[in-house]
Design a protein around this ligand. Sequence first.
Ligand SMILES: [Zn+2]
Length: 270
Amino acid sequence: MADALVPAGTWIRLEIPGQPAIVGFTYADPQAGFSAQGWKVEGTSLDQSSRVIVRLPMPGVPWRPLNPNEIAALGLESPPSWVAEFYGPQPPPGSPWGVWREHPKLKGRFLPDHPDDLQVFVHDGGPRTSPNPAEAVWVSVTGVNGEVFRGRVLNQPHNLRSVRQGSEITFVVADGAEFPVMVTDKYLRERGAWVIHPCRKCGHSELFDAPSDLMRAVFPNVPAGAQMSMFSAFCPLCGGVQVVQSKAGPDGGETAPAAPPPKRPWWKFW
Ligand SMILES: [Zn+2]
């Protein structure tokens, strides 16, 4: 296999032309990206005198997963303890790295030579909660869950306080916006309870603030916990008007009762 997607959390063998084969375990390095770490193959064993780290994917380089017998014969730990120790939470073992490249919401947005990298609007919040306008930065995608994506910010924003080079962010593709937009976990938790009518000027259909934070900024005198069925906000991209409407019924009853929070929320990736 050369051009198939390499699975995360897997022992693979890489055949780099003109070099000894490498056996390595695949993992996500939060700083450097998707990688494999292991050793050079020497006959039927591994040269464990020095570690080898390669960044993936390596276009055109044939690779294959090791089978369980090979993993046992080489005495390899799976997963190796260094993965969690040094690189933190990982994608589910065996999940193909790069599935987002063909995602209908993202396809066509990636750089040809950097197939995980695209531009995303990042921000400190909308115009009501932050004086800093959104900025477009390059982001390397590292995960996807439905239509919510995760990635690492590649360049330093000019004026933002909450996002910097290397930040892990979550983003969605919004109607009316030139680039996908950053969202927070809090925003995603609250988003389902509201209908955000597209901006009347540009059609943008997301907010840069969690509705509860936005309401607190726009209506500071409304008592905490008061229900609001509809309010308007300024579009964070063009300054137009967005109308935000609660999905709760006019009698105040929830049309869709909130489910108890699952142990691992659905918007967490791994
Ligand atoms: Zn707008």
